[in-house]
Design a protein around this ligand. Structure first.
Ligand SMILES: NC(=O)c1ccc[n+]([C@@H]2O[C@H](COP(=O)([O-])OP(=O)(O)OC[C@H]3O[C@@H](n4cnc5c(N)ncnc54)[C@H](OP(=O)(O)O)[C@@H]3O)[C@@H](O)[C@H]2O)c1
Length: 257
């Protein structure tokens, strides 16, 4: 029960890493506010968290809208009277090079991957200051520290998340607020399958296609959302009490190559 009596906001908790983190936090006794735009999924996660012992409220929210971010924070304070942990997880993946990225994609990427992160921090920091403690974890990427091909807007945004994390960590260290980033490498989430990243119409060929696609990874496999959630839990809990301004790579060694 590492998070007993702690209140955590998890943005983008309707699937993937956010969902896995919500379930993990629930097992550790946290009070949870989970957000996202897909209400049906959100309601299921709310129920799953409650079954695991956590008190969870799903709030339908689009974090590109300032008023939705405000409503999320207001709900957390109304339901639980405190905000101890913010996991800024909501994000989108965008492709392209500098010359092929349309203005609209640049802006959409900035809106959710960067501005929404800052906006949520700006809203919770005053409460954490009053409490004299708080933890913020931003979801970066291995592309917060190295670059790759044909993902220019996404890499730009995740690089910004890395430096926002460090800057906020320094500014708020003496107020008892720790700010870190989890930086996942390739992590297999349902969205990859839904988007048709792998060829394979039946489970056997799909599994084979996923295995082949992950051959470049040192461990010969992609990460699992639960493995990222465990790292987020470490950063959220007192076990990381002397860790701030850190970008924690959880990438199966991919950036060590
Ligand atoms: N999977 C990977 O390999 C990997 C690697 C590095 C970093 N990451 C990062 O991990 C985070 C989670 O991604 P994932 O891989 O778990 O994929 P995912 O399953 O697609 O999760 C993305 C989450 O963000 C939410 N979201 C997106 N736009 C939103 C908006 N405008 N307002 C509110 N919520 C929004 C989605 O919820 P709704 O659709 O319900 O709004 C969803 O819950 C992202 O920041 C991503 O960049 C992932």
């Amino acid at each position: 029960m590492k998070l007993k009596n702690q209140t955590a906001i998890i943005t983008g908790g309707t699937s993937g890493i956010g969902k896995a983190t919500a379930l993990r936090f629930a097992e550790e006794g946290a009070n949870l506010i989970v957000t996202g735009r897909r209400t049906e999924l959100g309601k299921i996660i709310e129920a799953e968290c409650r079954l695991r012992g956590g008190h969870c409220v799903f709030v339908e929210a689009d974090h590109t809208k300032a008023e939705d971010c405000q409503r999320v924070v207001d709900t957390a304070l109304r339901e639980f009277d405190q905000i101890d942990i913010l996991f800024n997880n909501a994000g989108i993946v965008t492709k392209g090079t500098a010359d092929t990225t349309p203005e609209e994609i640049w802006q959409d990427t900035l809106d959710i991957n960067v501005t929404a992160v800052w906006r949520m921090c700006r809203l919770v920091i005053p409460h954490m200051k009053k409490q004299g403690k708080g933890v913020i974890i931003n979801n970066g990427s291995d592309w917060s520290v190295v670059a790759g091909k044909n993902a220019f807007p996404y890499i730009m945004s995740k690089g910004a998340v890395g430096m926002m994390t460090k800057a906020m960590a320094i500014d708020h260290a003496r107020e008892g607020i720790r700010v870190n980033a989890v930086c996942p490498g390739d992590t297999l989430v349902d969205r990859w399958i839904e988007k048709g990243y792998f060829e394979g119409s039946d489970p056997v060929t799909l599994a084979q296609a996923i295995k082949e696609a992950s051959e470049h990874m040192p461990m010969g496999r992609f990460g699992k959302p639960e493995e990222i959630a465990n790292a987020v839990l470490f950063l959220a809990s007192d076990e990381s009490s002397f860790v701030t301004g850190h970008l924690l790579l959880v990438d199966g060694g991919n950036t060590a190559q």
